[in-house]
Design a protein around this ligand. Structure first.
Ligand SMILES: C[S@@+](CC[C@H](N)C(=O)[O-])C[C@H]1O[C@@H](n2cnc3c(N)ncnc32)[C@H](O)[C@@H]1O
Length: 255
């Protein structure tokens, strides 16, 4: 589960890596818009470095972010420091942590549910999300639309990221995937080569499991957790869920 043991390297490189790596197109604007329309406070479970939380707060929305990684939350603290934004973050686990407040919208953006490996974890997390919503409150969760032609086979290591480090050096991230199709789990390994401006290379490695989901599986989990499914989008620009779409974005509300 989560980023145990290597969360510092993930947190340190996250914003710069995902400035060049593919993130779901339009997801920040989509979540900011949903937050503005929620007419009440928002809670983001698995907020990471605040990639979505900070622009949401900048749009004038009151938001609480929860993450189990202290290293990630430190990045958010640094971004919020000295601002008067109505945002705060809490160290916690989306399966179990209780956060003060009753929320109009809950989100779990950017495939954070990949870290919930078992049905028990998934149901615990969704029930906990529901617990924090006011009756009728909205829940939006996203995942990538699983490509059956790609997911079944191991691949890598291959160069996924090759970027300047901003200090005259370079960062290269090699990525490897080892799927277990029966468990719907991809074991991902990232190996970074951090090359400084003198050509000295330091290597760092991190491995973690990503549990993948199918559209109807997500719908079933949500219904079992007390939600009514409203819409399933296929991307962040309003495409319906259909063959070939990149995302599964499920918009639901608490009964
Ligand atoms: C892919 S990142 C997404 C971060 C952010 N939402 C974004 O859009 O950039 C997933 C985040 O979920 C967090 N996470 C994983 N499992 C968690 C759990 N059980 N409870 C809380 N946070 C969790 C990780 O620490 C990580 O910061």
């Amino acid at each position: 589960m989560g980023y145990h043991g290597y969360e510092q390297i993930m947190a340190d490189l996250y914003d710069d890596d995902y400035a060049v790596a593919r993130t779901p197109s339009g997801d920040v604007d989509f979540y900011v818009e949903a937050a503005k329309n929620a007419n009440g406070p928002v809670i983001e479970w698995g907020c990471g470095t605040g990639r979505i939380l900070v622009p949401t707060a900048q749009a004038g929305v009151s938001i609480v972010g929860v993450d189990q990684s202290v290293a990630m939350l430190e990045k958010v603290h640094a971004k919020l420091a000295g601002t008067s934004l109505d945002a705060r973050v809490v160290e916690g686990d989306m399966r179990t942590s209780r956060v003060e407040g009753e929320f109009a919208l809950a989100t779990v953006p950017f495939r954070a549910i990949a870290h919930l490996e078992t049905v028990e974890d998934q149901l615990a997390a969704f029930a906990n999300v529901a617990r924090h919503l006011r009756p009728g409150g909205q829940f939006i969760v996203d995942f990538f639309n699983p490509r059956l032609d790609l997911l079944g086979a191991a691949w890598g290591p291959r160069l996924g990221i090759d970027r300047a480090d901003g200090r005259g050096g370079r960062v290269r991230r090699y990525e490897k995937a080892e799927p277990n199709v029966a468990q719907q789990i991809n074991r991902l390994t990232f190996r970074w080569e951090l090359e400084d401006k003198h050509g000295q290379v330091e290597e760092q490695e991190a491995s973690f499991n990503m549990r993948w989901y199918y559209r109807f599986e997500l719908e079933h989990l949500l219904v079992r957790s007390g939600f009514v499914v409203n819409t399933v989008w296929g991307d962040f620009r309003g495409r319906p869920f259909e063959d070939g779409c990149p995302e599964i974005i499920v918009v639901s509300h608490r009964k």
